[in-house]
Design a protein around this ligand. Structure first.
Ligand code: MN
Length: 244
């Protein structure tokens, strides 16, 4: 379909309210088709690409349901309140991450919560290849020596994060080199105005190590949850994040 025909069909459909046209990013798209990173307020809770039970036995259905429907939903609702009538209104989620400062407490906590969880759900899959693929696989070997050495370093970052937070694989903002880090609370490597320069990056892989992510099934055994994570990683999505 060429652009003219496409616009025409959108106009016709628009009358029936079947399609809600949006000019975000210069694209006409149903809101659900907009990549979560480019969502603008009001933010919505993204649907999962799989059932709550799809990641069992590694991540149990009840944990997934509460994590998505209660925890993530609360971040979305509170973020919408925080950005309303603020300098962030109308900006997309990724841009908000890049621009927020340490003083924007509510946007930092809830925007981070929405960004991190939307990202995390996409990074999980019942069809895990068990190993990285493509350019990312090569880059991991070059940067860390091997996939096993990378895993060991990532596991340590996830285990040693005290209290609530996240472990990350990111590409350095300036050099594009891969690095592993961990952040407290709902901070993430895309919060460039919050982090030290060497911690600023573009996220590729993430693991939620808040107790709400694993406590029902694993209780205090965070290391068991971390090992289980490697059985449900969506390496295709991680590869997309690296290549784009
Ligand atoms: Mn969480």
């Amino acid at each position: 379909m060429d652009k003219k025909t496409f616009l025409k069909s959108i106009t016709l459909l628009g009358a029936g309210a079947l399609v809600k046209p949006s000019l975000a990013n210069g694209l006409f798209a149903d809101e659900n088709l907009v990549d979560w990173q480019y969502q603008t307020p009001p933010f919505t809770l993204p649907k999962l690409d799989y059932e709550f039970s799809a990641l069992e036995p590694h991540i149990d259905a009840l944990t997934m349901e509460i994590h998505h429907d209660k925890h993530h939903a609360a971040y979305v609702a509170n973020l919408n309140k925080a950005v309303e009538n603020s300098r962030f209104s109308g900006k997309d989620l990724k841009t908000i991450m890049y621009e927020l400062t340490a003083d924007d407490t509510a946007v930092r906590n809830n925007g981070g919560g929405h960004f991190n969880h939307s990202f995390f759900w996409k990074l999980l899959t019942p069809n895990c290849s068990k190993k990285p693929i493509g350019k990312l696989a090569k880059a991991i070997d070059i940067q860390f020596g091997s996939f096993e050495k990378f895993q060991e370093q990532f596991n340590n970052a996830a285990k040693s994060r005290f209290g609530s937070g996240w472990a990350w694989l990111s590409a350095n903002k300036k050099t594009n080199e891969l690095f592993i880090s961990s952040t407290p609370n709902q901070d993430n490597p895309a919060m460039w105005n919050v982090l030290k320069e060497e911690e600023q990056g573009v996220p590729i892989l993430a693991l939620d190590v808040w107790e709400h992510a694993y406590y029902l099934h694993y209780q205090n055994k965070r290391p068991d949850y971390i090992s289980a994570f490697w059985n449900v990683v969506n390496w295709e999505y991680a590869e997309q994040n690296f290549s784009s």
